[in-house]
Design a protein around this ligand. Sequence first.
Ligand code: SAH
Ligand code: SF4
Length: 424
Amino acid sequence: MNERDSETLAGFMEELGFTYEEDKLEAQVVVLNTCSVRENADQHFFGVLGQLKHSHEENPGKFVAVCGCMMQQQHIIDAVKKKYPWVNLVFGTHNIQEFPKLFKNAVEEHKRIVDVWEGSDTIAEGLPAKRLYNFKAYVSIMQGCNNFCSYCIVPYTRGRERSRKPEEIIKEITCLAKNGCKEVMLLGQNVNSYNGGISFAQLLREVDKIEGIERIRFMSSHPKDLSDELIDCFKDCKHLCHCFHLPVQSGSNAVLEKMNRRYTREKYFERVEALKAVCPDIAITTDIIVGFPGETEEDFEDTLDLVRRVRYDSAFTFIYSIRKGTPAAEWDNQVPEEVKHERFNRLIDVIHDIQEEQMKEYQDKVLPVLIEGTSKTNANMLTGRTETLKTVDLPGDISLVGKIVPVKIVKAQTFSLYGEIVDA
Ligand code: SAH
Ligand code: SF4
């Protein structure tokens, strides 16, 4: 979501006549779009500000703007004002559309502007975007979250759920497709509670009809809102990728309840089985938090058991991080750091073992791969993605970038796949 917002900010800068500079120490204008979902994101932001301090002193004409989720929290705004008084502009997630105006005012009036809105009922439409690729794009379909999981800062930084109108979404994707886009990732904190007058499943069916779009992805989905109607889309929608990101967070019913997730592990299994029944080759991925307040060894073992049963294709694993302002931050049954780390390492081992076995299954398969560019590890190779988001390196001509080609997997390793293009 933040990356998508950064594309909008870059689009504004381009409209204002600026060109992109990779090195933040060299750039004349720096816009830091922040994430606040875990404490290390916050720390990273303050670290970057520390680095910028020196280049700001050397070049007082340098302009630094800070925005995003961190700025929606008063204690962060106070810290920025006090410790980094040279920051020129502070704004939040709800007034990103105001950026050009705020930027001009701060430059022309030579003064620091702090303008953060508490919330908003609407989503601004028609904003520019400087997208990284033309063959794949993020499309935000909704903003905010109403779920208030007890560990999570997002409902406080992104506000309540607002869905974009389906016609605006379709217009944006049709326009992307005309410009060569083949893959869209529909984004929302909770995409399957989308309600823009039609349901998320209905929206998927509309997107599936757009000419030129060959791959549709979406994230994130909440297990409690995974309807049969959405599962049925995997029967009929030709362009829906056979993968599903379904964050479980914990395998223990006691922990799920304290997290306010509003489903049980049994309900979660039932939904996974329903998905697999309709789409047997579906790759299921997840998010897991370890060390949530009060998590016992038995609770954690329930998580390991769930992971072994679902056999995730991959999983994002997080150590619970105290977020000021959320209910769980106040609880006094926090799990000691060393216990959190020990559990985290055990979880990763289990996930890796499963992943190793899953990856072996790719050996000798022929799969469609969207070629994205040159390989990070070998500039003479191309790199692309399978429908299940696995990276494949392969020999081939650079002119294939942006095309979907059939690839035979010749070497499947735990974290990487190597392939060769075959005739269609
Ligand atoms: N709306 C999405 C995800 C939002 S945040 C969803 O509910 O699936 C992405 C992930 O960050 C979450 O799924 C969760 O696993 C993790 N996360 C959120 N708050 C966290 C915290 N306080 N500590 C550790 N991980 C957290
Ligand atoms: Fe956070 Fe829960 Fe909302 Fe996801 S569903 S953004 S974890 S509050």
